[in-house]
Design a protein around this ligand. Structure first.
Ligand SMILES: [Zn+2]
Length: 279
């Protein structure tokens, strides 16, 4: 085991006193695990995640949601942390390549796997208690032999640009008041990503697009997504928000923008690329 670890509970990273939020992508000493009562079996999962090539192994301590936090520890929502850690990195602009710091990749990988372990303790086929699959990152059912690997669910997010060089931005019911962002949705079984882009836009704002082009991606394990960022050109149709997910959608020019999503997200990066004229 490494002597440093990430500590997780639910969608939060746990930090002890003295470690600021800005360091949440650095693992902390595993000695801190002594502050947790390991006799409460099943509530604390301490495990090591194999390295991907060129990186190192990651140790994790994952607490069940019911486990009471020791005094002086605090829970920091990981989504919020990603914005903080990525701030300034993904503002867009033609000269700024979209790149994620390796330390953020490690944190997200650890969080994704920790979540998956909590959700894969039992076999999804026969219900028996899973064991570890030797030599690989997988669960193994000792009764029926079913293996379960960490799942990654692709989702697309698209900046749509019309012939006047305006971008379509939409307000989703889940967004904070006044915030407009891009159309997004999950890939369906049997569908390629380009078809997902076309279908989601058609469903949510009633227009047709062409020239679907992949731009950049971002791991988004809330839960287990990978966001794939695209651009597309307006082809036909009149905007009509679906009223279910999307409350309002409009064409915006660069000089009259609404409130945008926070930096650090692939959506903000795509919008930034359009603002900079590099799409
Ligand atoms: Zn089974």
């Amino acid at each position: 085991m490494n002597n440093s670890a990430f500590f997780f509970q639910g969608n939060n990273l746990l930090l002890p006193a003295g470690v600021p939020d800005t360091q949440m992508d650095s693992a902390i000493s595993l000695d801190f695990a002594r502050e947790f009562n390991k006799s409460e079996f099943d509530q604390i999962d301490v495990f090591e995640i194999p390295a991907v090539k060129g990186d190192r192994t990651i140790t994790c301590v994952s607490l069940s949601p019911e486990y009471p936090l020791p005094a002086a520890w605090r829970a920091v929502p990981i989504r919020q942390g990603i914005s903080l850690l990525n701030a300034g990195l993904t503002d867009g602009g033609p000269s700024i390549a979209y790149a994620q710091k390796p330390s953020i990749g490690r944190l997200l990988r650890a969080f994704h796997i920790a979540q998956w372990r909590r959700e894969s303790r039992f076999c999804g086929s026969c219900g028996a208690k899973n064991t570890e699959s030797p030599g690989e990152l997988a669960r193994l059912c000792p009764v029926c032999g079913r293996q379960e690997f960490p799942r990654i669910s692709p989702a697309v997010i698209t900046i749509i640009i019309n012939d006047e060089d305006k971008a379509l931005l939409a307000h989703n019911k889940k967004f904070l008041s006044g915030v407009y962002s891009l159309i997004a949705g999950f890939n369906e079984a049997g569908e390629n990503l380009e078809a997902t882009v076309v279908r989601e836009i058609r469903e949510e704002v009633n227009i047709n697009v062409r020239d679907v082009r992949y731009i950049a991606s971002q791991p988004w394990p809330f839960p287990n997504s990978l966001m794939l960022g695209f651009s597309a050109r307006y082809a036909s149709g009149t905007i009509r928000a679906d009223g279910v997910e999307i409350e309002d959608a409009q064409w915006f020019s660069r000089d009259a923008l609404p409130k945008l999503p926070g930096t650090g997200s692939v959506s903000r990066y795509l919008i930034g690329r359009w603002i900079a004229g590099s799409l």
